[in-house]
Write a protein that binds this ligand. Structure first.
Ligand code: FRU
Length: 515
């Protein structure tokens, strides 16, 4: 496919060169087809057209459009003065790149935050007939940081009266000032219907602070959470709080997401979650230990959409890790978002477990499925490119050791599987291609504890897209996300196992999102 497109490109290129016989429109289409075909460029994950990206920001669904804002530095492929980039979609898969939404100003760089529709114009920044879309973000004042002060992060707001196309900063920013909290950032705002007010979750180093507001402009501190709960191996970042129904019951709980860097289970950046109750002011839980949303090294700073109908919860994370985010071997742009994932809450006795799995729309993007009825020990499959596909399979019977090994003629190998003695799933990218750009990238095998023992008929899905693998067990009971940079695409896949067969195994292509 890749070569076919390359051929199409060459043909159209030469056609253009020698004063083409093709009509102009067709030429443009041919060239447009080649957009975003650089090596390692994901074909069905969101990436910026060029330059540096980190966290997803301002995830908001409004009027049939999903907005994705993101931490963006338009001048380089390493982190720099932060802007909010912007893209829109009608299905969360195919994206249209939009102009930069927010630029730094005299109060600072524009760090992470959220967006809401202020439908009742509580802020007065719009009108009743044309209510504002409001972005709530952190200002990071470089000069303050350089001077060794502790008050350089404050919270500001901006509004848009044209569906997010253009933005105006609120003239009385900041809306939350700071005196002495060094890490004070990443406001996630939501409308709390029961108490009819705005609620903000904001991180302050080692805990979350909750604020309330009637109008998005004046904020009152309501409570704090987390100094003695969860993991504290690094700084808390990018919180999110939302209600979620317990699957198969009438019960509703509140979930608090908190990203943390460093200190994740497999090193560097990761996202923990808490399940409890929230009354608009205070979050309470009996959970003491951290639970982790994803056990790979590359799912960070993820948050969920505001404004979705039917109490749905859709999550997007940044598919990288601060350990090596600036070192990965891409040249035009840097980093991608995870697939959009649906969050659901499972309950087993009194323990809650947050599941995350790609949204159903991925099924509409999957095509040309080939089903292999049985894969036995040592069986191999070949393909022109296992780096752009999706794999779904079930292991019949009680789970036992198995490995799926992706290889190519360059000797690269990427292994995914399960180890019974430790009851762990794993991804081993240590020999997966380019790995030497930073020591922690390929230091260890990444493992994830299985949440059941001796589980039966376990279901697996693997999504590979140029430079990433997302591995899911039982519809997101366990999730692992890792970046990979093979020298050339993987062309073989070998299944090895102690006692099992895979039946059936489905290999599907996934539609490219940029055409
Ligand atoms: C998380 C983070 C946020 C911050 C942003 C800066 O990755 O460190 O806490 O707002 O990135 O780009």
């Amino acid at each position: 496919m890749r070569y076919l497109l390359f051929l199409t490109f060459c043909l159209s290129f030469f056609a253009c060169k020698k004063g083409s016989t093709l009509p102009l429109e067709t030429q443009e289409i041919e060239v447009a087809k080649e957009r975003f075909r650089e090596s390692y460029r994901p074909q069905y994950h969101f990436t910026p057209p060029e330059k540096w990206m980190n966290d997803p920001n301002g995830l908001l669904y409004h009027n049939g459009t999903y907005h994705l804002f993101y931490q963006y530095y338009p001048e380089d492929i390493v982190w720099g003065p932060m802007h909010w980039g912007h893209a829109t979609s009608t299905d969360l898969m195919a994206w249209e790149h939009k102009p930069i939404a927010l630029y730094p100003d005299e109060l600072g760089l524009i760090f992470s935050g959220s967006a809401v529709m202020d439908a009742n114009n509580t802020s007065g920044l719009g009108t009743k007939d044309n209510p504002p879309m409001v972005a709530i973000f952190t200002y990071h004042l470089m000069a303050g940081e350089k001077a060794g002060r502790k008050d350089f992060q404050t919270q500001g707001i901006a509004y848009s009266l044209d569906e997010g196309d253009t933005w105006t900063k609120y003239e009385a920013n900041p809306v939350i000032g700071n005196t002495d909290i060094k890490d004070f950032r990443d406001p996630k705002v939501m409308w709390h219907e029961a108490s009819k007010q705005w609620v903000m979750a904001l991180v302050a180093g080692d805990h979350v602070k909750f604020y309330n507001s009637p109008n998005l402009k004046s904020w009152t501190l309501a409570s704090e959470f987390g100094k003695n709960q969860g993991a504290h191996g690094g700084v808390w970042e990018c919180p999110d709080i939302f209600p979620l129904a317990v699957s198969g019951s009438q019960e509703q709980k509140w979930v608090l997401l908190v990203s943390m860097n460093p200190g994740a289970p497999n090193g560097g950046s990761g996202t923990q979650y808490f399940v409890g109750d929230f009354d608009g002011k205070q979050f309470t839980t009996t959970q003491k230990e951290a639970q982790w949303l994803d056990y790979g090294m590359d799912n960070y700073a993820g948050v969920t959409y505001n404004g979705l109908p039917d109490n749905k919860r859709t999550f997007i994370g940044w598919m990288s890790n601060w350990n090596y985010a600036r070192d990965t071997p891409t040249e035009v742009w840097r980093s991608a978002m995870t697939l959009p994932r649906k969050l659901t809450l499972a309950k087993n006795k009194n323990a809650f477990h947050l599941k995350n799995y790609p949204i159903d729309t991925l099924n509409e993007y999957s095509y040309a499925t080939i089903t292999h009825d049985t894969m036995k020990h040592n069986m191999s499959l070949s393909s022109a490119n296992f780096n752009e596909m999706r794999l779904d399979f079930t292991l019949p019977g009680v789970i036992d050791d198995f490995t799926v090994n992706f290889t190519n003629v360059e000797g690269n190998s990427l292994k995914v599987g399960y180890t019974k003695s430790s009851n762990n799933f794993f991804i081993d990218r240590r020999k997966s291609g380019k790995v030497a750009f930073e020591p922690s990238f390929a230091k260890e095998i990444h493992t994830a504890p299985a949440i059941q023992k001796n589980a039966k008929d376990v279901k697996f899905s693997i999504f590979m897209d140029a430079s990433s693998i997302e591995f899911f067990v039982n519809d997101g009971e366990t999730a692992m996300t890792d970046q990979i940079f093979p020298d050339i695409p993987f062309t073989a896949m070998t299944f090895t196992s102690k006692s099992q067969t895979i039946a059936p195994l489905k290999v599907s292509k996934v539609k490219r999102i940029w055409e």
